[in-house]
Design a protein around this ligand. Structure first.
Ligand code: R5P
Length: 316
């Protein structure tokens, strides 16, 4: 893409505040989609400006109503393609169906892979996303799919705290690699919990811990908090193992169903997340901290537009 081409930021309807933050960081105008719902429940998505030849960044996170937003995203990409956009990069701060990344039961869909197929079929040329549930999702794409990490801003945040007795805790083996990288950036030791689920609907159970948590300040690292079932199970296990305090960092604050009630009534001293998903006032409580990822996305957009490497800035 010619860096002299016109850059255009277009926001879907999911998380306008984050889109505005990215636009403000880049000091660029933000364009919004026109989305019309017909009486038969069909959607019509319209791009209001000419995008002919432009380097377009369509910003759309996954949050409720998840399935409507997917349709909105696909129609927006299709509309951009038919409006002769020069290049379409879809910015998905929280990737839709990110946890459906494998066939771990008979006769189920690998919906994250299906999402990748749909985005490409619609006409996306590139994808930019953050902290995928598993790295193999990048391989679902045959177009460039860049993953950036919120770790950097979390490290900056936690470095300002007293970390002298802190151990980073991975709540399960699946998160261990990322938690280890996070711990290394903070120069902290790591403990790994052995969490097992019978199937996706069951509460997780903690069996063992690798590492030392007794008398330590536990800093739990996870990619997301959805219902908070895992986090509460982790909290219980850490308390039983004698942790002095518990803080948690989860990149994506999905905060579904009972999550807010569970977390706000728990003994977790602080829950830190980011604004990849918009969190309404009714979901905020006094021990919740939300870090802003707009500058990171702004930098990434700028690098992609200028044909510069992302790895030097965002390598996990
Ligand atoms: C699981 O593998 C993930 O890393 C998270 O721990 C999980 O998605 C959290 O889900 P929930 O909050 O519903 O337990």
């Amino acid at each position: 893409m010619n860096p002299n081409s016109n850059i255009r930021l277009i926001s879907g309807t999911s998380n306008l505040a984050l889109s505005r933050g990215i636009a403000d960081y880049l000091q660029l105008p933000l364009y919004e989609l026109d989305v019309i719902r017909f009486s038969n429940d069909n959607l019509k998505v319209r791009i209001n400006e000419s995008v002919r030849g432009d380097d377009v960044f369509l910003i759309q996170t996954s949050q409720p109503p998840v399935n409507d937003l997917i349709m909105e995203t696909l129609q927006a990409i299709d509309a951009l393609k038919h409006a002769s956009a020069g290049r379409i990069t879809v910015v998905l701060p929280y990737f839709p169906y990110v946890r459906s990344d494998k066939k771990d039961e008979p006769r189920i869909s690998i919906a994250a892979r299906l999402m990748a197929d749909l985005l490409q079929t619609a006409g996306a040329h590139r994808i930019l996303t953050m902290n995928l549930h598993s790295p193999q999702i990048q391989g679902f794409f045959s177009i460039p799919a860049d993953q950036i990490f919120a770790d950097k801003i979390a490290v900056e945040y936690f470095k300002k705290r007293d970390l002298s007795k802190t151990v980073v805790v991975s709540p399960d083996a699946g998160s261990a690699k990322r938690a280890a990288s996070f711990a290394a950036k903070l120069n902290l030791p790591l403990a790994i919990l052995d969490k097992r689920r019978i199937n996706d609907d069951d509460d997780a159970r903690i069996h063992h811990v690798i590492g030392e948590v007794q008398g330590k300040d536990a800093l739990v690292f996870d990619d997301e908090i959805s219902t908070a079932g895992s986090m509460i199970e982790t909290e219980k296990a850490l308390r039983e193992m004698g942790a002095s305090s518990i803080r948690a960092f989860a990149v994506h604050g999905v905060l579904a169903g009972p999550a807010v009630e569970r977390l706000s009534q728990s003994s977790i001293d602080e829950v830190v997340t980011t604004n990849t998903i918009s969190i309404g006032e009714e979901k905020k409580w006094d021990k919740l901290t939300i870090l802003d990822v707009a500058p990171l996305f702004g930098e990434a957009v700028s690098h992609i537009h200028n044909g510069e490497s992302l790895s030097s800035l965002f390598a996990g």
